[in-house]
Design a protein around this ligand. Structure first.
Ligand code: NAD
Length: 492
């Protein structure tokens, strides 16, 4: 396949380093990790393989910064800084979008489209710099007491994020840290760190003081584990798999650090017989396929009411065949490759299991060999799936949907909630009471009605059950970077 013509940012080439205390430094061990473009299988760069020594240095720098000059910055100064960061990042967004596409495969259509969202998220966090206001509640103490309640920044915040969207994921940590006066050490995923490293350069350019934001790249079992065990990290925000979350929860016991966990999902997207299928078919399909299915909120169990089941399956099958898969640098591409060979093998294994367990493969299922050595897979639909099948129970993290029939609202909710996850859900109907009853009945942190996947940072989203805890976005997110402190003043 001919590579699409597109300018490759100069930033990509050459080995990358950690950002610690405002300096770009090699891994203490000197080791590096190859960066592979998932659309071609080619090595395009290297990142530093950080370990506990690098994490120690970064945490120490973050601690010094937290206790230094940065602690005296006023809300107005932090707001100005966040707005400056906004401008610098937006001015360089075309480069950032291209880096993200080359690094993790998402098409330019998607990565470029994140500019508006990035603008919103940065403006939102800039608007939150005053949230740590003190209050003076009345008290019932004998004598003459003044009581104050402050919200103080928690301190050094660790972040561990996955490869499926670092260009978005890092702002959920850097945004509230900068808004509240915390400092941060971020460990991006070994499969996709480049956009984070370029943004770290831009943060320095925008005037973020040394040590306030640090980035250590490397493997989860080394750098990630060291960060989650570190006794001088006060809070850790994690997005990724349930298995890793378990080891992070255990590691957090070293100092009882506060946690925020956003994990997997097996979200139900429920289509009622009265739904507008012109919207529900593409909406539900892209609710699974977006980012090649590598999205935590993917609506991968599509529940369809029996009277329209056959029609829906036929239409989603036809729609699926129109989705353009290819190199993300091609502006016409809608779905890029999966992140790596391991993920491709894993998803193909699920497709095989789906067939073996008796689901009907409507369309898809094959690796797209004609696109070259990249990790391309056809978007895939299984019909006649039941909720007990492996493909309906486990998070596949690929462009694979299971279409499951249901009878009525009660049946839909029974199936929807028969999962260990609780991240998101969708409902497609023209009936107001059905919309309300179903959105109230689905046990998940985020519900979409007649749409799927939209997200406003000032409203946010969160998980329930095994999908984790801790709200992302809105005031709750900012407040979780603060801790309450009461002051009792005896005025006599
Ligand atoms: P993962 O949980 O292994 O990796 C996520 C992040 O955690 C990476 O930065 C990784 O380096 C780090 N990590 C790994 N082991 C660690 C440890 N012991 N201590 C601290 N950090 C550690 O997830 P993955 O391998 O990237 O993907 C596997 C599965 O996770 C996916 O198939 C999917 O089911 C799920 N996932 C969910 C999301 C989401 O947004 N909810 C994102 C990515 C992956």
């Amino acid at each position: 396949m001919l590579a699409p013509v597109h300018e490759v940012p100069a930033f990509i080439s050459g080995p990358k380093r950690h950002l610690i205390n405002g300096q770009w430094v090699d891994a203490a061990s000197g080791r590096q990790i190859d960066v592979v473009n998932p659309a071609t299988g080619e090595v395009i760069s290297q990142i530093a393989a950080g370990d506990a020594t690098d994490i120690d240095r970064a945490v120490a720098a973050a601690r010094r910064a937290f206790e230094g000059e940065w602690s005296r910055w006023t809300p107005h100064q932090r707001r100005k800084l966040l707005l400056k960061v906004h401008d610098v990042v937006l001015d360089n967004f075309e480069e950032l979008a291209t880096i993200e596409t080359l690094d993790m495969g998402a098409p330019l259509q998607r990565t470029r489209g994140l500019a508006e969202w990035t603008s919103q998220v940065l403006q939102f966090f800039a608007s939150q710099c005053d949230v740590a206001t003190a209050s003076t509640p009345p008290n019932s103490l004998p004598g003459n007491f003044l009581t104050l309640k402050h919200l103080a920044p928690v301190g050094v915040v660790g972040g561990v994020i996955p490869w499926n969207g670092p260009l978005i994921g890092l702002w959920w940590i850097f945004g509230p840290a900068l808004a509240t006066g915390c400092t941060a050490v971020l460990k991006p995923a070994e499969d996709a760190s480049l956009s984070v490293l370029r943004i770290a350069e831009l943060l320095t350019e925008a005037g973020v003081p040394d040590g306030v934001i640090n980035v250590v790249t490397g493997y989860g079992a080394e750098a990630g584990q060291a960060l989650s065990e570190h006794r001088d990290v006060d809070r850790l925000a994690f997005t990724g798999s349930v298995g890793t979350a378990r080891s992070i929860v255990r590691a957090s016991a070293t100092n009882f650090k506060r946690l925020q966990l956003e994990l997997g999902g097996k979200s139900p997207d429920i289509v009622f017989a009265d739904a507008d299928l012109d919207k529900a078919v593409p909406g539900a399909a892209m609710g699974v396929y977006t980012n090649s299915g590598q999205v935590c909120v993917a609506g991968s169990r599509i529940l369809v009411q029996r009277p329209i089941y056959d029609e829906f399956v036929a239409r989603i099958g036809e729609f699926t065949k129109t989705v353009r898969v290819g190199d993300g640098l091609d502006p016409n591409t809608q779905l890029g490759p999966l992140i790596n060979q391991r993920q491709l093998d894993r998803v193909q294994q699920y497709i095989q299991i789906g067939g073996t367990e008796g689901a009907e493969l409507v369309t898809g299922g094959n690796r797209l060999d004609h696109l070259g050595p990249g990790y391309f897979l056809e978007p895939t639909i299984f019909a006649d799936a039941t909720n007990t099948m492996t493909i309906a129970r486990e998070e596949i993290f690929g462009p694979v949907a299971s279409v499951i029939p249901f009878d009525d609202v009660e049946d839909a909710l029974r199936i929807a909630n028969d999962t260990e996850y609780g991240l998101a859900g969708g409902v497609w109907t023209r009936d107001l009471s059905t919309a309300h009853n179903v959105s109230r009945g689905i046990q998940a942190g985020t519900i979409w009605v007649n749409c799927y996947g939209v997200l406003d940072p000032s409203i946010g989203f969160g998980g329930y059950k095994m999908s984790g805890y801790g709200w992302k976005g809105a005031k709750e997110h900012v407040e979780s970077y603060l801790y309450p402190k009461a002051v009792y003043i005896n005025l006599d």
